[in-house]
Design a protein around this ligand. Sequence first.
Ligand code: NAP
Length: 435
Amino acid sequence: MPTYRIAIVGAGPAGYFSAQALQNSQDEERTFAIDLFERLPTPWGLVRSGVAPDHPKIKTVAKVFEKIAGDPNFRLFGNVELGRDVSIEQLKENYDAVILATGSSVGRKLGIPGEELAGSLSAADFVPWYNGHPDYVNVAVPLNGKNAVVIGAGNVAMDCGRMLALDPTELDSTDTADHAHAAFHQSAIRNVTIVGRRGPEHAAFTSPEIRELPKLEHTDVLITQSEIESAKERVAEQLEGNKELRNNLEAMLEVSQTPAKNHERKLAINFLLTPIEIIGNEKVEAIRFARNEVMNDKVSATKEIIEMPCDLVISAIGYEVLPIPGVEFANGKVVNENGFVADNLYVVGWAKRGPSGVIGTNKSDSSDVVKLLLAKLPSTPKENSDIAKIITNQQVVTQSGWQKINQVEVEQGEPVGKPRRKVTDWKDLLSLGQE
Ligand code: NAP
């Protein structure tokens, strides 16, 4: 029975779900040997370094990933970087098909004056910092001021806002990286404002994320009721046919009606404000917004300018792909047609469609691309050499190496009531991950 060799680059959800779709397509006529390449010594992508630590349920999908990795025809190549240790050409040559699942890790820029000031940073740096990504442990996150502003009305902005506004004791039993956990305990931040440039009816938050806000035990969540009511009036005709919009506005309305408990910590959500300048001498001191209005579903600026004093600005306004040598990019993603790039090269996940959708979205997306890949596979596999012999890097972290890291982290978490304590230093990860 022929065995096709498939390379997947990027061990995040889209990569694992592609492997799963291939495994599920095996039959009496063909099997698949899957090699999963990952730049970091640790797999799981955003499940490890993106999902907020206070959302442990979402991370249980890692059990599915480990089951996929348990197949005897699956190999993990951690600490192998495309372009450094192996080239895209080598992969294309040595595999029957190559799937890029490299995500989008670069934070979009606001492009406004003052964005480079100390205390202004992207969610693309803040999120991996609190999640213990080894490249982000030294990001400067000044938490010594009282006021923080988060730009964007999506779920990443919500995660950032919540992480800044919650009482740090709520993180004590989570896998927040030790350095970030300690910093949150020292944090002076008490007022966090999430700011959307359009109206509540245009917000990209999803309703479960809105509805969980009042569960914060030590934080008042403030949404202005009249703002949501006005939005509901503006879209009254769309509500019946648009369940998502209806749910979102209902959820916001409920939050706006939840009585404040006079907690010292506040998380506010404001709308219709476009950031135009971050102000400060050496560090962030305030942010200036143009007030917008909605007319006939169009958002436009009024003449009103408002200034919010603040000490920290996090922009959570989406992501772009980090370019890969030899691959064509446009509009923040890999140029592709339904996941097909060229020759035997495919792309899945955020690198394919842009930074949208929840983790589960990648399951159907990867499965669709794998169907296309299978339809284009030649009738016999290539004669190919084992890539392990081609890779120059001596410190590859295999699945069993990763399992050692995993075991150490979980064991270190147990006595302190955490699911794990993440190892965040490259050298430590690499030495733990050797077989
Ligand atoms: P997103 O959902 O696309 O939201 C981006 C937000 O940034 C939008 O509100 C957008 O406003 C705003 N924005 C863009 N450019 C801006 C600018 N120049 N100035 C001000 N605001 C600007 O992206 P995301 O929050 O990064 O999330 C990415 C994906 O991950 C989403 O699909 C999200 O649902 C998912 N995610 C899910 C979870 C979860 O399930 N708990 C957690 C995190 C992320 P406009 O609409 O006006 O452009």
